[in-house]
Design a protein around this ligand. Structure first.
Ligand code: C5P
Length: 208
């Protein structure tokens, strides 16, 4: 299979030196890319900025913003058989991007206007036909209801639920739900181990 995989955070610029982003390290996405390659799949890794070395055998497409990530994914989606959305896409971006560095005005606050970013996975999965779409849901608390809502809302085949403690961590626990409500627990384990188990569970019966 040829798998389109999004990973890492996005960066939403405010001015030439500042951006809005999040704590995603990209570890889970890169571990999944490695696990897919090890099983003989091809991987197009569309990745936000991370400190990680990408797997040598992946086709790597580096991006910064959510809009760049969507454009890059659209270019590659027609050649792919599956999409796995692991990226922590910023939900909002600044409404305006200043070409000059914003100046501080002594004693005055600053309000930022934010506008919503596109939902990359939902956009791709809408027209997936028979292709496979897998998403992640990061929820605090139980999260099952919200994960299943996202599975339906984004037209996914599988949703992988994890907690906020997984962000940036070496280890995690996951719950995987499929479209008929079957659930599987994985971990706690290091992300490379979890990635192998996930790939085996989700792509196991599909030939590379
Ligand atoms: O809605 P939420 O951000 O929790 O959804 C998580 C899933 O959707 C992840 O797989 C994430 O990569 C994907 N997503 C996306 N584009 C967005 C927001 C989320 O692809 N703008």
């Amino acid at each position: 299979m040829r798998v389109l995989l999004t990973a890492g955070p996005t960066r939403e610029p405010l001015d030439p030196v500042r951006f809005l982003s999040n704590r995603s390290s990209g570890r889970m996405g890169y571990a999944l890319a490695r696990a897919l390659l090890a099983e003989g799949h091809q991987v197009v890794l569309v990745t936000g900025p991370t400190a990680l070395r990408p797997p040598a055998k992946a086709k790597v497409v580096p991006v910064e913003t959510a809009e760049d990530m969507l454009a890059a994914c659209r270019r590659h989606w027609s050649d792919c058989d599956a999409v796995v959305g692991v990226a922590a896409v910023a939900d909002y971006r600044p409404a305006r991007h200043s070409g000059d560095k914003l100046k501080r005005t002594e004693g005055q606050g600053l309000s930022l206007e934010l506008v919503p970013n596109p939902d990359i996975l939902a956009t791709l999965a809408k027209d997936k036909g028979g292709r496979l779409a897998v998403g992640f849901a990061l929820e605090s608390g139980d999260g099952k209801v919200e994960a299943l809502r996202k599975l339906r809302a984004k037209n996914l085949d599988f949703v992988v639920l994890n907690g906020p403690e997984a962000q940036g961590a070496e280890q995690a626990s996951l719950r995987v739900f499929d479209a008929i409500g079957k659930e599987r627990h994985l971990g706690p384990a290091r992300k490379p181990t979890l990635a192998k188990q996930l790939v085996r569970w989700i792509f196991g019966r599909i030939p590379a």
